[in-house]
Design a protein around this ligand. Structure first.
Ligand SMILES: C[S@@+](CC[C@H](N)C(=O)[O-])C[C@H]1O[C@@H](n2cnc3c(N)ncnc32)[C@H](O)[C@@H]1O
Length: 289
């Protein structure tokens, strides 16, 4: 794997770059029936070695905790692609995948007129391109790569340079990324969407409000640890439903729609006999410019 410049050192790299969730998508293709999310490239993109290791650890994937996490990954990808199908119906021809990781949509894009912008940290993007090459997955002409570190550059500037058309509608997928960004950075990216995209463009993402324990820990650190040393450590960003909704409205989003965990399970995991469910606090959200 390439060296990742400018990243907080205490992030686990496989997690940050999306290898863990890519393995979950791959496992979902062979472990779960019926599938919540169909991804015919999920196994290929992780590489032959990872695929055979995964096939050998089949039993591990039956464990309750593993299944619940895999369900959450499958559900959030399914949600993004369901929203994309809906967007296509209303004339969207630009799909922007922020923090794309090993997302494979661009390489199985069934919509010939849909332009796909894969936006990612430069190190992750370079690594992904080497994975695509090793797996001999062809890169369609409809894909544009946009290398950006959200902590350092404005999304709007990077998109402008990459041929994104701000006069045309877009759907933005921001799945599996927000916990890795500082709160101000996240709000900056969301503001960039409002300022650079045509009205009625949309963004979809997932987030999980903190547990009581995580809330208490945050509060304790606020009181005990001084701000400087607190900021020098990189931690997941937790978002709460009400403040996030308020922030989205303040930034300029005209409409916000939430899908809470109960509704997620009712929508994507009902009538299963294998008990595959999300068991965390993951929420899905769609905000319209
Ligand atoms: C857990 S992965 C999720 C990848 C993909 N969205 C998925 O669901 O498979 C997190 C992604 O966020 C990207 N990311 C995190 N911080 C970033 C930053 N500051 N700038 C650009 N991308 C970032 C990582 O490079 C990685 O692709």
């Amino acid at each position: 794997m390439p060296k990742i410049n400018g990243l907080p050192p205490d992030w686990q790299r496989d997690e940050f770059m999306g290898l863990n969730v890519a393995k979950d998508r791959a496992a979902h293709q062979i472990v779960d029936d019926p599938k919540i999310f169909e991804d015919p490239l999920a196994l290929r993109i992780i590489g032959a070695e990872a695929e055979s290791r995964l096939r050998l650890s089949f039993a591990k994937f039956q464990k309750a905790e593993e299944s619940a996490f895999r369900a959450a990954v499958a559900v959030r990808n399914r949600y993004a692609e369901d929203e994309l199908a809906r967007s296509i119906q209303r004339g969207v021809r630009q799909y922007v995948i922020l923090g794309a990781g090993l997302d494979t949509f661009a390489y199985r894009n069934p919509f010939p007129n849909l332009r796909v912008f894969e936006v990612d940290h430069p190190a992750t993007q370079a690594w992904k391109r080497s994975c695509l090459e090793k797996a001999a997955i062809p890169i369609p002409a409809t894909v544009s790569y946009v290398a950006v570190d959200f902590e350092r550059e404005r999304l709007a500037d990077a998109l402008r340079k990459s041929g994104f058309n701000s006069e045309e509608l877009a759907l933005v997928s921001f799945i599996g990324v927000v916990r890795y960004l500082r709160r101000e950075t996240l709000l900056g990216v969301l503001s960039s969407i409002v300022s650079s995209m045509r009205a009625e463009s949309e963004v979809v993402f997932d987030f999980a409000p903190p547990s009581q324990l995580e809330r208490l820990r945050e509060l304790a650190e606020e009181v005990i640890v001084n701000r400087r040393s607190r900021n020098s450590r990189f931690r997941p960003t937790y978002l709460d439903v009400a403040p996030l909704t308020r922030d989205l409205k303040r930034i300029g989003f005209a409409d916000v729609q939430l899908v809470a965990p109960k509704e997620i399970n009712a929508r994507y995991c009902k009538n299963r006999t294998d008990g595959l469910l999300i068991r965390n606090r993951m929420h899905l959200i769609k905000a319209r410019v």
